[in-house]
Design a protein around this ligand. Structure first.
Ligand SMILES: NC(=O)c1ccc[n+]([C@@H]2O[C@H](COP(=O)([O-])OP(=O)(O)OC[C@H]3O[C@@H](n4cnc5c(N)ncnc54)[C@H](OP(=O)(O)O)[C@@H]3O)[C@@H](O)[C@H]2O)c1
Length: 314
Protein backbone atom coordinates (compact mmCIF):
# COMPACT_ATOMS: atom_id res chain seq x y z
CA UNK A 1 0.00 0.00 0.00
CA UNK A 2 0.98 3.62 -0.54
CA UNK A 3 1.88 5.71 2.54
CA UNK A 4 3.51 9.04 3.30
CA UNK A 5 6.59 8.45 5.36
CA UNK A 6 9.19 10.70 7.00
CA UNK A 7 12.64 9.21 6.74
CA UNK A 8 14.26 11.91 8.88
CA UNK A 9 13.18 15.02 10.82
CA UNK A 10 12.90 18.22 8.80
CA UNK A 11 10.83 20.45 6.53
CA UNK A 12 7.95 19.28 4.33
CA UNK A 13 10.51 18.00 1.80
CA UNK A 14 11.19 14.97 4.06
CA UNK A 15 7.66 13.67 3.36
CA UNK A 16 7.94 10.87 0.80
CA UNK A 17 5.52 8.43 -0.80
CA UNK A 18 6.48 4.83 -0.25
CA UNK A 19 5.04 1.33 -0.81
CA UNK A 20 4.88 -0.80 2.35
CA UNK A 21 2.92 -3.97 3.19
CA UNK A 22 -0.70 -3.61 4.39
CA UNK A 23 -1.02 -3.84 8.19
CA UNK A 24 -2.05 -7.16 9.76
CA UNK A 25 -4.92 -6.79 12.23
CA UNK A 26 -5.24 -8.33 15.71
CA UNK A 27 -8.45 -9.90 17.07
CA UNK A 28 -9.69 -6.59 18.49
CA UNK A 29 -8.92 -4.45 15.42
CA UNK A 30 -10.41 -3.62 12.04
CA UNK A 31 -8.61 -2.87 8.78
CA UNK A 32 -9.84 0.37 7.22
CA UNK A 33 -9.38 1.25 3.56
CA UNK A 34 -8.69 4.98 3.99
CA UNK A 35 -10.49 7.25 1.53
CA UNK A 36 -9.46 10.55 3.11
CA UNK A 37 -7.35 12.01 5.92
CA UNK A 38 -6.62 15.55 7.06
CA UNK A 39 -3.64 17.64 8.14
CA UNK A 40 -3.20 18.80 11.75
CA UNK A 41 -0.42 21.05 13.09
CA UNK A 42 0.61 18.17 15.40
CA UNK A 43 1.86 16.23 12.39
CA UNK A 44 4.07 19.13 11.37
CA UNK A 45 5.60 19.29 14.83
CA UNK A 46 6.25 15.53 14.79
CA UNK A 47 7.78 15.81 11.30
CA UNK A 48 10.14 18.55 12.53
CA UNK A 49 11.20 16.43 15.52
CA UNK A 50 9.69 18.85 18.07
CA UNK A 51 7.72 16.14 19.86
CA UNK A 52 10.42 13.46 20.26
CA UNK A 53 9.96 13.21 24.02
CA UNK A 54 6.20 12.81 23.79
CA UNK A 55 6.01 10.42 20.82
CA UNK A 56 8.88 8.15 21.83
CA UNK A 57 9.10 7.37 18.09
CA UNK A 58 11.72 8.21 15.52
CA UNK A 59 11.60 8.30 11.71
CA UNK A 60 10.84 6.40 9.58
CA UNK A 61 7.29 7.20 10.61
CA UNK A 62 3.92 7.32 8.86
CA UNK A 63 2.17 10.50 10.05
CA UNK A 64 -1.53 11.25 10.25
CA UNK A 65 -4.35 11.11 12.78
CA UNK A 66 -7.71 11.61 11.04
CA UNK A 67 -9.32 9.16 8.66
CA UNK A 68 -12.56 8.28 6.94
CA UNK A 69 -12.92 5.07 4.99
CA UNK A 70 -14.45 1.63 4.64
CA UNK A 71 -13.97 -1.38 6.93
CA UNK A 72 -12.30 -4.07 4.83
CA UNK A 73 -11.49 -6.75 7.44
CA UNK A 74 -12.58 -7.35 11.02
CA UNK A 75 -10.73 -9.14 13.83
CA UNK A 76 -12.31 -12.30 15.26
CA UNK A 77 -13.23 -10.48 18.49
CA UNK A 78 -14.97 -7.53 16.80
CA UNK A 79 -18.77 -7.64 16.85
CA UNK A 80 -19.81 -3.96 16.64
CA UNK A 81 -18.57 -3.32 13.07
CA UNK A 82 -18.82 -5.32 9.86
CA UNK A 83 -17.08 -5.41 6.50
CA UNK A 84 -18.28 -2.56 4.30
CA UNK A 85 -19.13 -0.16 7.15
CA UNK A 86 -18.27 3.45 6.34
CA UNK A 87 -16.39 4.82 9.35
CA UNK A 88 -14.43 7.82 10.58
CA UNK A 89 -12.10 8.40 13.50
CA UNK A 90 -8.67 9.37 14.69
CA UNK A 91 -5.57 7.39 15.53
CA UNK A 92 -3.50 8.45 18.49
CA UNK A 93 -2.02 11.60 16.91
CA UNK A 94 1.36 11.00 18.46
CA UNK A 95 1.69 7.52 16.96
CA UNK A 96 0.17 8.47 13.60
CA UNK A 97 -0.51 6.24 10.62
CA UNK A 98 -3.44 7.69 8.66
CA UNK A 99 -1.53 9.19 5.70
CA UNK A 100 -1.90 5.72 4.21
CA UNK A 101 -4.15 3.66 1.96
CA UNK A 102 -4.90 1.25 4.83
CA UNK A 103 -4.72 1.40 8.60
CA UNK A 104 -5.54 -0.89 11.49
CA UNK A 105 -7.46 0.49 14.44
CA UNK A 106 -9.27 -0.63 17.59
CA UNK A 107 -13.03 -0.12 17.50
CA UNK A 108 -12.90 2.21 20.53
CA UNK A 109 -11.49 4.84 18.17
CA UNK A 110 -14.06 4.72 15.36
CA UNK A 111 -17.66 5.61 14.70
CA UNK A 112 -19.96 5.13 11.73
CA UNK A 113 -19.49 8.01 9.27
CA UNK A 114 -22.24 10.65 9.54
CA UNK A 115 -24.84 9.86 6.90
CA UNK A 116 -24.85 13.42 5.56
CA UNK A 117 -21.07 13.69 4.97
CA UNK A 118 -18.84 12.35 2.21
CA UNK A 119 -15.49 10.80 3.13
CA UNK A 120 -13.47 13.99 2.67
CA UNK A 121 -15.86 15.97 4.85
CA UNK A 122 -15.85 13.23 7.50
CA UNK A 123 -12.02 13.11 7.56
CA UNK A 124 -11.93 16.83 8.42
CA UNK A 125 -13.78 16.28 11.70
CA UNK A 126 -12.33 13.86 14.28
CA UNK A 127 -9.18 15.37 15.84
CA UNK A 128 -10.35 18.98 15.93
CA UNK A 129 -13.93 18.19 16.99
CA UNK A 130 -12.80 15.74 19.70
CA UNK A 131 -10.42 18.42 21.02
CA UNK A 132 -13.24 20.97 21.08
CA UNK A 133 -15.81 18.60 22.57
CA UNK A 134 -13.43 17.56 25.34
CA UNK A 135 -12.51 21.18 26.09
CA UNK A 136 -16.02 22.61 26.05
CA UNK A 137 -18.21 19.75 27.31
CA UNK A 138 -15.97 17.63 29.57
CA UNK A 139 -13.39 20.12 30.89
CA UNK A 140 -15.38 23.35 30.53
CA UNK A 141 -18.65 21.73 31.69
CA UNK A 142 -20.66 24.41 29.91
CA UNK A 143 -24.37 24.83 30.44
CA UNK A 144 -27.00 26.18 28.10
CA UNK A 145 -26.79 29.98 28.00
CA UNK A 146 -23.13 30.14 29.07
CA UNK A 147 -20.99 32.85 27.54
CA UNK A 148 -18.00 31.14 25.87
CA UNK A 149 -14.93 32.77 24.33
CA UNK A 150 -13.08 30.91 21.57
CA UNK A 151 -9.65 32.43 20.92
CA UNK A 152 -8.65 31.55 17.33
CA UNK A 153 -12.19 30.86 16.18
CA UNK A 154 -11.33 30.35 12.49
CA UNK A 155 -8.72 27.55 12.58
CA UNK A 156 -9.37 23.82 12.49
CA UNK A 157 -9.99 23.55 16.23
CA UNK A 158 -11.61 26.98 16.53
CA UNK A 159 -14.13 26.49 13.72
CA UNK A 160 -15.28 23.22 15.28
CA UNK A 161 -15.30 24.73 18.78
CA UNK A 162 -17.61 27.57 17.75
CA UNK A 163 -20.11 25.14 16.25
CA UNK A 164 -19.96 22.70 19.18
CA UNK A 165 -20.43 25.48 21.76
CA UNK A 166 -23.41 26.79 19.75
CA UNK A 167 -24.84 23.26 19.47
CA UNK A 168 -24.60 23.00 23.29
CA UNK A 169 -26.68 26.19 23.59
CA UNK A 170 -23.92 28.67 24.45
CA UNK A 171 -23.46 32.27 23.34
CA UNK A 172 -20.13 32.40 21.54
CA UNK A 173 -17.58 35.18 21.26
CA UNK A 174 -14.71 34.54 18.87
CA UNK A 175 -11.29 36.13 18.40
CA UNK A 176 -10.08 36.32 14.79
CA UNK A 177 -8.33 38.73 12.41
CA UNK A 178 -10.07 41.34 10.25
CA UNK A 179 -9.83 39.23 7.07
CA UNK A 180 -11.67 36.31 8.68
CA UNK A 181 -14.64 38.16 10.20
CA UNK A 182 -17.09 36.98 7.52
CA UNK A 183 -15.94 33.36 7.94
CA UNK A 184 -16.37 33.66 11.72
CA UNK A 185 -19.90 34.99 11.22
CA UNK A 186 -20.69 32.08 8.89
CA UNK A 187 -19.71 29.67 11.69
CA UNK A 188 -22.27 31.29 14.00
CA UNK A 189 -20.02 33.46 16.21
CA UNK A 190 -22.31 35.88 18.07
CA UNK A 191 -19.69 38.46 19.09
CA UNK A 192 -16.48 38.95 17.14
CA UNK A 193 -13.29 40.43 18.57
CA UNK A 194 -10.76 41.43 15.92
CA UNK A 195 -7.32 40.76 17.38
CA UNK A 196 -5.77 43.22 14.95
CA UNK A 197 -7.75 46.01 16.64
CA UNK A 198 -8.49 44.92 20.21
CA UNK A 199 -6.93 42.91 23.03
CA UNK A 200 -9.77 40.68 24.26
CA UNK A 201 -8.20 40.39 27.73
CA UNK A 202 -8.56 44.18 28.19
CA UNK A 203 -12.30 44.28 27.43
CA UNK A 204 -15.02 44.37 30.10
CA UNK A 205 -17.06 41.28 29.06
CA UNK A 206 -16.62 38.25 31.35
CA UNK A 207 -16.88 34.62 30.24
CA UNK A 208 -18.00 31.28 31.72
CA UNK A 209 -15.38 29.47 29.64
CA UNK A 210 -12.35 30.61 27.69
CA UNK A 211 -11.04 28.11 25.16
CA UNK A 212 -7.67 29.28 23.82
CA UNK A 213 -7.12 27.21 20.67
CA UNK A 214 -4.00 29.20 19.73
CA UNK A 215 -2.24 29.26 23.09
CA UNK A 216 -1.32 32.95 22.95
CA UNK A 217 -3.55 34.35 25.69
CA UNK A 218 -2.16 32.67 28.82
CA UNK A 219 -4.22 32.12 31.97
CA UNK A 220 -2.30 34.93 33.70
CA UNK A 221 -3.93 37.41 31.27
CA UNK A 222 -7.20 35.58 30.56
CA UNK A 223 -8.30 35.29 34.19
CA UNK A 224 -9.20 39.00 34.08
CA UNK A 225 -12.09 38.17 31.73
CA UNK A 226 -13.16 34.91 33.38
CA UNK A 227 -16.14 34.87 35.77
CA UNK A 228 -15.45 33.68 39.35
CA UNK A 229 -15.13 29.89 39.67
CA UNK A 230 -14.87 29.40 35.89
CA UNK A 231 -12.40 27.63 33.63
CA UNK A 232 -9.72 28.50 31.06
CA UNK A 233 -8.70 25.67 28.70
CA UNK A 234 -5.76 25.79 26.29
CA UNK A 235 -4.51 23.53 23.50
CA UNK A 236 -0.97 24.65 24.31
CA UNK A 237 0.47 21.67 26.16
CA UNK A 238 3.68 22.54 28.00
CA UNK A 239 5.42 20.31 30.55
CA UNK A 240 5.30 23.23 33.03
CA UNK A 241 1.53 23.68 32.64
CA UNK A 242 0.99 19.92 32.91
CA UNK A 243 2.78 19.75 36.23
CA UNK A 244 2.22 23.15 37.84
CA UNK A 245 -1.39 24.07 36.98
CA UNK A 246 -3.01 21.02 38.65
CA UNK A 247 -1.27 22.01 41.90
CA UNK A 248 -2.01 25.73 41.62
CA UNK A 249 -5.65 24.98 40.69
CA UNK A 250 -6.19 23.54 44.19
CA UNK A 251 -5.74 27.06 45.57
CA UNK A 252 -7.27 28.99 42.67
CA UNK A 253 -10.87 30.10 42.36
CA UNK A 254 -10.56 30.25 38.56
CA UNK A 255 -8.94 27.16 37.01
CA UNK A 256 -6.36 26.77 34.21
CA UNK A 257 -6.57 23.48 32.30
CA UNK A 258 -4.97 21.95 29.25
CA UNK A 259 -6.65 19.67 26.76
CA UNK A 260 -4.92 16.61 25.33
CA UNK A 261 -6.99 14.98 22.63
CA UNK A 262 -7.17 11.21 22.26
CA UNK A 263 -9.35 8.81 20.26
CA UNK A 264 -12.82 8.45 21.81
CA UNK A 265 -15.70 6.72 20.02
CA UNK A 266 -18.30 7.83 22.60
CA UNK A 267 -17.49 11.49 22.07
CA UNK A 268 -17.27 10.97 18.31
CA UNK A 269 -20.80 9.52 18.40
CA UNK A 270 -22.03 12.64 20.22
CA UNK A 271 -20.33 14.84 17.62
CA UNK A 272 -21.88 12.71 14.85
CA UNK A 273 -25.36 13.45 16.29
CA UNK A 274 -24.68 17.20 16.09
CA UNK A 275 -23.41 16.75 12.50
CA UNK A 276 -26.48 14.78 11.44
CA UNK A 277 -28.69 17.42 13.10
CA UNK A 278 -26.98 20.00 10.85
CA UNK A 279 -25.48 21.86 13.83
CA UNK A 280 -21.83 21.04 13.15
CA UNK A 281 -20.65 21.31 9.55
CA UNK A 282 -17.27 20.43 8.02
CA UNK A 283 -15.17 23.47 7.10
CA UNK A 284 -12.81 22.42 4.32
CA UNK A 285 -10.30 25.00 3.13
CA UNK A 286 -8.36 22.95 0.53
CA UNK A 287 -8.23 19.31 -0.56
CA UNK A 288 -4.94 17.78 -1.72
CA UNK A 289 -4.12 14.37 -3.17
CA UNK A 290 -1.77 12.14 -1.17
CA UNK A 291 1.09 12.85 -3.56
CA UNK A 292 0.62 16.58 -2.86
CA UNK A 293 1.36 16.08 0.83
CA UNK A 294 4.31 18.48 0.82
CA UNK A 295 2.09 21.31 -0.51
CA UNK A 296 -0.52 20.45 2.12
CA UNK A 297 2.07 20.75 4.91
CA UNK A 298 3.50 23.99 3.49
CA UNK A 299 0.00 25.47 3.51
CA UNK A 300 -0.77 24.30 7.05
CA UNK A 301 2.46 25.66 8.47
CA UNK A 302 1.63 29.18 7.31
CA UNK A 303 -0.69 29.17 10.36
CA UNK A 304 -3.20 31.20 8.34
CA UNK A 305 -5.64 28.51 7.19
CA UNK A 306 -9.34 28.80 7.98
CA UNK A 307 -11.00 25.44 8.63
CA UNK A 308 -9.26 22.24 7.56
CA UNK A 309 -6.86 20.88 4.96
CA UNK A 310 -8.03 17.49 3.67
CA UNK A 311 -6.03 14.72 1.97
CA UNK A 312 -7.84 12.64 -0.64
CA UNK A 313 -6.21 9.23 -0.52
CA UNK A 314 -8.24 7.09 -2.93
N1 LIG B 1 -3.63 19.80 22.95
C1 LIG B 1 -4.31 19.17 22.00
O1 LIG B 1 -4.85 18.06 22.23
C2 LIG B 1 -4.43 19.79 20.64
C3 LIG B 1 -5.36 19.27 19.72
C4 LIG B 1 -5.50 19.92 18.50
C5 LIG B 1 -4.70 21.01 18.19
N2 LIG B 1 -3.78 21.44 19.08
C6 LIG B 1 -2.97 22.64 18.81
O2 LIG B 1 -3.87 23.74 18.73
C7 LIG B 1 -3.36 24.74 17.83
C8 LIG B 1 -4.44 25.10 16.83
O3 LIG B 1 -4.70 23.99 15.99
P1 LIG B 1 -5.55 24.20 14.67
O4 LIG B 1 -5.68 22.89 14.00
O5 LIG B 1 -6.79 24.98 14.97
O6 LIG B 1 -4.54 25.15 13.84
P2 LIG B 1 -4.78 25.92 12.48
O7 LIG B 1 -6.03 25.45 11.84
O8 LIG B 1 -3.53 25.82 11.69
O9 LIG B 1 -4.96 27.45 12.97
C9 LIG B 1 -4.91 28.43 12.00
C10 LIG B 1 -5.85 29.55 12.39
O10 LIG B 1 -5.36 30.23 13.55
C11 LIG B 1 -5.69 31.60 13.43
N3 LIG B 1 -4.78 32.42 14.23
C12 LIG B 1 -3.44 32.47 14.13
N4 LIG B 1 -2.95 33.35 15.03
C13 LIG B 1 -4.00 33.84 15.72
C14 LIG B 1 -4.14 34.75 16.78
N5 LIG B 1 -3.09 35.38 17.31
N6 LIG B 1 -5.37 35.00 17.27
C15 LIG B 1 -6.44 34.38 16.75
N7 LIG B 1 -6.40 33.51 15.72
C16 LIG B 1 -5.18 33.24 15.21
C17 LIG B 1 -5.52 31.87 11.95
O11 LIG B 1 -6.28 32.99 11.58
P3 LIG B 1 -5.56 34.41 11.14
O12 LIG B 1 -4.87 34.13 9.85
O13 LIG B 1 -6.71 35.32 11.02
O14 LIG B 1 -4.64 34.77 12.26
C18 LIG B 1 -6.03 30.59 11.30
O15 LIG B 1 -7.40 30.66 10.94
C19 LIG B 1 -2.10 24.11 17.22
O16 LIG B 1 -0.97 24.59 17.94
C20 LIG B 1 -2.26 22.62 17.47
O17 LIG B 1 -1.02 21.94 17.53
C21 LIG B 1 -3.63 20.87 20.30
Amino acid sequence: MKVVITEKYGGAEVLKLKEIPKPQISNDEVLVKVVASSVNPYEIRIRRGEMKIMTGKKPPQVLGSDFAGVVEEIGSGVNNFKKGDEVFGMLDGLKGGSYAEYLKVKTGAISLKPTNLNFEEAASIPLVALTSYRSIFHIGKVRKGDNVLINGCTGGVGSSAVQIAKALGCTVAGVCSTKNIEFAKSLGVDNIIDYKKEDVTKLSVKYDLIFDTIGNIPFSKSKAILKPGKIYVTTNVTPAAMMIDPVLNIFRNKKAKIVMVSPNADDLNEIKKHIEAGKVKPQINTTFLLDQIQEAHYLSETGRVTGKIVLKIQ
